[in-house]
Design a protein around this ligand. Structure first.
Ligand code: FRU
Length: 477
């Protein structure tokens, strides 16, 4: 270990030591979500099941609750439920990553674990450099940096990052998020035979390509996956203008479904669909596990002007990842369902059958981390609403075929709303944690994810409306 790396890592551990008790005691600390011990977490990185063990790495600034020179924090698990905090995987210690080991991915080859990430370098004159880098491990815990394996090609600005690598027919492929010189967000494909030498194939999708018109100035965290015979490009574009109910967060994460011809690079795809309809979801990444499931984690946060108002900052930590979600393609849409393993957290089951609410609200005590399953028994519902701990509200307006989520804006305190269209509502599966909500509609046809910060003592749920339903509730331990 070189001296800078040793010192940096020691400094990070000192910070953790200093603030970990304060952060642990925060009433908004989550029970079954991955969080940084202290400091700021953003994107999930390097997701993989390696030698049977699940690995989740994450963008981490251990020193501040703001963005900066990122490390890769690291958790492992055998069941996607119980996690173990591992030593720091990557620290921004080298000339090529000194301002951040930015996002990337993991693959296994010949029994070794390969991490690909972006080395972020900021120069004194304010410009930046970007290097796609490799680090290798034989035990999944200790990583040896190999340095840059890919330099910035012509035609792109230094906003060129977030390598996602996969194998297809004996070839390795890497997709990167990029900005062209005329500031169009793009996804660029590379190929390699040995993981060390990479050749540019070209842009497969982007603003102005494949019939999508202007579509943002930068695309972050692309991920190309294969679902049900289709190629699905997940991507987080920046620079989309709000349009009705769409694109109301500062940045978006969503997907294009199509078919990529790896020879001609022709990627015929449909329109962009947002993966999540809530307030806090960005930079998702997927991996395929040994059971063949495509599992997604997202960052349950976003870099916008409200970020600095998160109340956990006073306890020296901020942000979390979503729960793991299994992706499936059904009728031209990506469905997301919580992984089955989360059922092992269920305890103290309560079942309620409600015939018609008709103006009489049902009050429940939910506990602060619980799961609710609502099966709607009559489809002809009018208005139906669930208030969570007097701080957030989920509303069905069946006249308009719309569902909405409301919460208070962290900066202004004003009520804010996100809405999406649905054809009908038959089932809701809701994961509540101390300061988060993940609402899965109709087996994951739509999902609303949000952080919220209710009075920590308030654990009431109020259901109000005109509906017949069965409700099952579990505490999640
Ligand atoms: C997305 C992102 C990535 C980048 C990382 C830096 O949230 O901006 O593009 O690699 O975060 O932390």
């Amino acid at each position: 270990m070189n001296e800078t790396k040793g010192l940096l890592i020691q400094k990070a551990y000192n910070k953790v030591e200093k603030y970990k008790d304060k952060s642990k005691a925060d009433p908004y600390r989550l029970t079954y979500h991955l969080m940084p011990p202290v400091g700021l977490l953003n994107d999930p990185n390097g997701l993989i099941q390696y030698k049977g063990v699940y690995h989740v790495f994450y963008q981490w600034n251990p020193f501040e609750t703001s963005h900066g020179a990122k490390f890769w924090g690291h958790y492992t698990s055998r069941d996607l439920v119980h996690w173990h905090e591992e030593p720091i995987a990557l620290a921004p210690s080298e000339w090529y990553d000194r301002n951040g080991c930015y996002s990337g991915s993991a693959v296994e080859s010949d029994g070794k674990l390969y991490l690909f990430y972006t080395g972020n370098v900021k120069l004194e004159d304010g410009t930046r450099e970007t290097y796609q880098c490799l680090a290798v491990s034989s035990d999944g815990i200790h990583f040896k940096k190999h340095g840059p394996i890919l330099r910035l090609p012509k035609h792109y600005t230094a906003h060129f990052r977030d390598p996602k690598v996969w194998k297809k027919d004996e070839c390795w492929y890497m997709i990167l998020g990029a900005q062209t010189l005329d500031e169009k967000g793009s996804a660029v494909l590379f190929t390699s035979k040995d993981l060390y030498h990479w050749e540019e194939l070209g842009r497969i999708a982007g603003s102005g390509m494949n019939g999508i018109g202007d579509f943002g100035y930068m695309w972050e965290c692309p991920d190309l996956i294969h679902l049900n015979g289709k190629d699905v490009l997940l991507v987080s574009p920046q620079g989309l203008e709000p349009s009705g109910y769409l694109y109301n967060n500062l940045f978006q994460s969503g997907y294009f479904i199509g078919k990529l011809d790896y020879d001609s690079l022709n990627f015929q795809h449909g329109s962009f669909t947002e993966l999540d309809r809530g307030f806090d979801f960005y930079a998702p990444q997927t991996f395929t596990d040994e059971l063949g499931r495509t599992i997604l984690y997202g960052w349950m946060g976003i870099t916008d002007e409200t970020e600095i108002f998160q109340p956990t900052i006073s306890n020296h930590w901020v942000h979390a990842l979503t729960i793991p979600r299994v992706l499936q393609l059904k009728e031209g849409k990506v469905y997301q369902a919580p992984v089955e393993e989360l059922k092992t957290l269920r305890k103290d089951k309560v079942e309620v059958k409600i015939d018609k609410l008709k103006g009489t609200p049902v009050h429940l005590e939910a506990g602060q981390s619980s799961e609710l399953l609502l099966e709607l028994l009559n489809i002809e519902i009018g208005h139906f609403q669930i208030t969570f701990r007097n701080e957030a509200c989920f509303i069905l307006d069946s006249d308009k075929n719309e569902v909405s989520l409301q919460r208070k804006n962290l900066k202004t305190g004003d009520l804010e709303t996100r809405t999406c269209k649905i054809s009908s509502l038959s089932k809701l599966q809701i994961f509540m944690d101390h300061s988060s909500l993940e609402i899965f509609i109709n087996e994951g046809e739509e999902v609303f994810t949000t952080r919220y910060f209710p009075n920590p003592k308030d654990d009431t749920i109020i259901i109000h409306g005109d509906a017949e339903f069965k409700l099952t509730k579990w505490d999640l331990g």
